[in-house]
Design a protein around this ligand. Structure first.
Ligand code: F58
Length: 877
């Protein structure tokens, strides 16, 4: 054990501390005995990007990749267990073993991480992407790291050799839930693809101490618990306390005259915090590349509380410290309607200021001239959360580098690109001017000046059109003076993109219409994608094996190759195997839900899944009306249960803690599930499950088992959706509206392999324009009336009408997202689903075609789009 390999000993510098003052990376002598070849006789495989040797030497140092053998892995693992955790195997807990395994895998990644950083530093300096996102919904790391390093089999065997079941260790990992939903998960898929393409990039965000809350149900209602994801140790992050960056807030701005006689502005902040750097590895898929995700944590500065300590007020000093460290304490659990909370703005500025400073001061060489920034960086703004970075860069150029306004603005305008993820006007972030002035006075000043110039330009372009000027202004006057972050982003960005074809069109026509008229060339679309590594290869090993056995292996990094499966849709033998995969995945989720939640799913059912954040526009309420209709048909004797396609509906959804209607919907889904599942009249034909705390880990088990994917948002409201892509790629058919990426999924898979229903976006607009009255639909449609009446009667809520009155009242008198208007079409489409499911062979055919034709939705393709049309950075590095 004592002669175990110690790859970390080899590392003489921080892999991502790129500024080395010219000193080459130096390494001590290798103690691993590793060679530049893999020792298991396999060649390194590279499925994308140019080939290089991950085990190449660093400067004058030796080869550092640990050998890929079971024996070496066992030694490294035991070394981590003994000297990392300080326990012998015989006395180690599952958590000790998990941490040791994670650190062992991490040490294998280290060599690639160093090599990636070295190459980027020593090769001709290339432009980088700085991906700025307040959220990364990463999911568990262990399996992804094993897959990337091709160590899955070796690690499994090594654990067997140690008498350990690797699956138990997998379960031990608490997923980093540093995101709310689609936006955060997209960021996680994108960094995976950037690494897999070898795109020169670094991702920045916040290391929240508490991620998205843990959802529990008490009396059918959602109760939130804090997500202490770090409490068992976080083996994937590498902290660099010496590399912290100060971030300041508050204070005032004054004018002074510089040495050159020019008047300048000086910001004297009132307080500040330190941003502590945590690096996470982002391994590319079997290509030797490891990129960096840099997450910041807030730490109180000494000066922040020193004077309080000195004054002898210990409690006050501790309170002040807590105040500072609160900045990275918790992820805001909001979806679609951001709250204008001061702490939220602090978080945004905190991570963006730290990231920009880090990039200029630590990633660029010491003699770097900020005038060259546009050649070296493009910051991608993941929604408006990092948009405060625009005035921050201006401030740095003006106040710290003494550039003139025009020059600073010309540089800044080339350094940002903005992705919009919403169509709901209320979801566009605005910040009260009063708050901005208090928290970031210099930035507010800069925003005023940007707006002044912009408005002047508008008045020149549209003389006399004051209404337009007011609509477009970065500063809104009503209902309170505030900064429209989406406008600021659009004014300062090289490109603005929506996240699906329809969304990008609606962005131009509606949300940012005035801007697209002014700058049509600035607007573009990049349809979202998902990583096939996590969402096919890891989550659906059986389907992956079937695909590899059929078309060979390269599809994981080249998802267009799934097209080669098209012909197999007509192959009875393949269809049979495909069905066997689905059956296997259904058994797997049954086992998972029994042990996770004590939920016993029935067998042999159509598995109908609706998983996403709970929001009215996504219309979980419409799904609920469908379930109640099916139930009503069964208990009223309208249908003979034996003729009904048995169906299990699984929901997964968290509601923002302050979103009352969403929480009422959760309560009702749980109440309906309880009633339906216990009513003997249902005769086992309908089952509703709502496992709590839907997260990435559960998604990975649930999605591959689904037959039917519910994508039923009101047309024109879901920007893209990415769950829809995951389901299609895992062989589920979609029932969906003409919304978001559903549109492109349907175009690709073909109308005959998609259950389309509901109004189109123009039809929605027309109905709303003429005045929508949900009550009329209730009056007109007896089936709908029965469903709503059954809910309203208290049938599902132990006789309580009060418990459902707000839900029913809202549907009948408000129904902002037109669930009742789409109900009849939805039920009709669901009846078609049942009929289609009756023909299992044809269903498989349709499902196979969904898999074969949706390779387009790989996030590798999305990232290639960003690179080609927005970023213009190199790949294969
Ligand atoms: C989602 N937005 C879109 N926002 O709703 C979805 O259609 C799209 O597929 C996805 O982005 C990726 O483009 C989303 O998830 C949030 O969660 C924000 C969190 C912070 C508050 C505002 C909403």
């Amino acid at each position: 054990m004592t002669d175990a390999p110690t790859p970390l000993d080899l590392v003489a510098e921080d892999p991502e501390n790129d500024r080395t003052d010219g000193a080459p990376v130096s390494l001590s002598e290798s103690t691993t005995g590793g060679t530049s070849e893999r020792t298991d006789g396999h060649a390194w495989r590279h499925e994308t990007g140019p080939r290089h040797t991950p085990t190449s030497t660093l400067a004058n140092g030796p080869v550092i990749s640990p050998p890929h053998t079971v024996d070496a892995f066992v030694k490294a693992f035991l070394h981590e267990l003994n000297f990392g955790q300080g326990v012998p195997l015989s006395r180690s807990s599952v958590n000790d073993q998990y941490l040791a395994l994670a650190r062992t895998v991490r040490s294998y990644l280290m060599a690639r991480w160093l090599e990636t950083a070295r190459r980027r530093r020593t090769d001709k300096p290339a432009k980088m992407v700085g991906y700025l996102s307040a959220e990364y919904l990463l999911g568990r790391q262990l399996d992804n790291a094993l897959l990337a390093t091709e160590l899955t089999d070796i690690a499994t065997e090594a654990m067997v050799a140690c008498g350990i079941e690797i699956d138990d260790l997998r379960q031990q990992e608490v997923e980093p839930g540093l995101g709310n939903g689609g936006l955060g998960r997209l960021a996680a898929c994108f960094i995976d693809s950037m690494a897999t393409l070898g795109a020169s990039s670094i991702a920045y965000g916040i290391r929240y101490e508490y991620g998205i809350f843990q959802q529990t149900f008490v009396d059918n209602r959602q109760v939130e618990k804090p997500d202490a994801w770090l409490s068992m140790g976080g083996p994937w992050g590498v902290v660099h306390p010496e590399m912290e960056v100060p971030v300041n807030f508050g204070g005032h701005v004054e004018t002074y005259v510089g040495e050159d006689g020019r008047e300048r502005r000086r910001w004297t902040p009132a307080w500040g915090v330190m941003a502590l750097r945590y690096n996470y590895m982002v391994p590319g898929y079997q290509n030797g590349v490891v990129n960096t995700l840099r997450l910041w944590r807030a730490r109180a500065t000494e000066s922040f509380d020193l004077h309080i300590f000195n004054a002898g007020d210990y409690a006050e000093a501790v309170r002040a410290q807590t105040f500072a460290e609160n900045i990275s304490k918790v992820l805001y659990p909001e979806d679609s309607t951001p709250q204008g909370k001061e702490l939220r703005l602090q978080q945004q500025y905190f991570f963006v200021a730290a990231s920009i400073k880090d990039f200029i001061q630590h990633t660029m060489p010491k003699d770097f001239d900020v005038r060259d920034l546009p050649e070296r960086i493009i910051f991608q703004l993941n929604d408006t959360h990092p948009v405060i970075g625009i005035p921050e860069l201006m401030r740095i150029l003006l106040d710290e580098h003494d550039l003139e306004w025009e020059e600073a603005w010309a540089i800044t305008k080339q350094c940002f690109a903005y992705t919009c993820h919403t169509l709901l006007p209320e979801a566009l972030e605005v910040w009260p001017v009063s708050l901005m002035e208090r928290l970031l006075p210099r930035h507010m000043e800069i925003i005023y000046r940007i707006n002044e110039d912009f408005v002047a330009e508008l008045r020149e372009t549209y003389p006399g059109d004051e209404l337009r000027v007011r609509r477009m202004s970065i500063i809104a006057d009503h209902p309170e003076r505030s900064v429209r972050m989406a406008h600021l982003a659009t004014v300062a960005s090289v490109k603005v993109n929506g996240v699906a074809a329809l969304h990008s069109e609606l962005l131009k026509e509606k949300v940012l219409n005035d801007f697209s008229e002014l700058w049509p060339e600035r607007f573009t679309n990049v349809t979202n994608g998902v990583t096939p590594r996590r969402f096919i290869k890891l989550s659906n090993p059986e389907q992956s094996k079937l695909i590899s056995d059929t078309i060979g292996k390269g599809w994981v990094a080249n998802l267009d190759r799934l097209e080669e499966l098209v012909g197999y849709a007509d192959d009875a033998d393949f269809r049979e195997k495909f069905r066997a995969v689905k059956a296997h995945n259904k058994t797997r989720i049954r086992n998972v839900l029994v042990s996770r939640d004590g939920i016993a799913l029935p067998e042999g059912h159509l598995l109908d899944v609706m998983v996403k954040r709970l929001h009215e526009y996504k219309r979980q309420s419409l799904k609920l009306l469908h379930i109640v209709t099916l139930y009503d048909r069964l208990i009223s004797g309208e249908v003979d249960p034996s003729t009904v396609t048995p169906r299990t509906v699984v929901f997964g959804a968290k509601a923002a803690p302050g979103y009352a209607m969403a929480k009422e919907t959760i309560f009702l889904i749980n109440s309906v599930a309880q009633t339906v599942n216990n009513d003997p009249r249902v005769d086992g034909r309908l089952f509703v499950a709502f496992p709590p705390n839907y997260n990435v880990t559960l998604a990975e088990k649930l999605i591959p088992a689904a037959d039917l994917s519910e994508q039923i948002s009101l047309a024109g409201k879901e920007a893209s959706g990415t769950g829809n892509m995951k389901f299609a790629l895992n062989g589920a058919l979609t029932i969906g509206t003409d919304d978001g990426a559903n549109v492109e999924i349907r175009q690709l898979v073909g109308d005959e392999n998609f259950f389309l229903f509901g109004m189109t976006e123009p039809e929605v607009a027309e109905l709303q324009a003429k005045g929508y009255r949900p009550g009329e639909y209730y009056e007109r449609d007896p089936q709908l009336r029965r469903a709503i009446d059954l809910i309203a009667s208290g049938h599902f809520t132990k006789g309580s009408r009060d418990a459902v009155s707000s839900f029913v009242g809202d549907l009948l008198y408000n129904d902002r997202f037109l669930a009742l208007a789409d109900y009849a079409a939805y039920i009709e489409a669901q009846d078609k689903v049942e009929a289609a499911y009756g023909d299992q062979d044809n269903w498989s055919r349709m499902a196979i075609l969904n898999v074969a034709r949706t390779g387009f939705f790989s996030s590798d393709r999305s990232i290639r789009d960003y690179i080609d049309r927005i970023w213009h950075v190199k790949t294969g590095v």
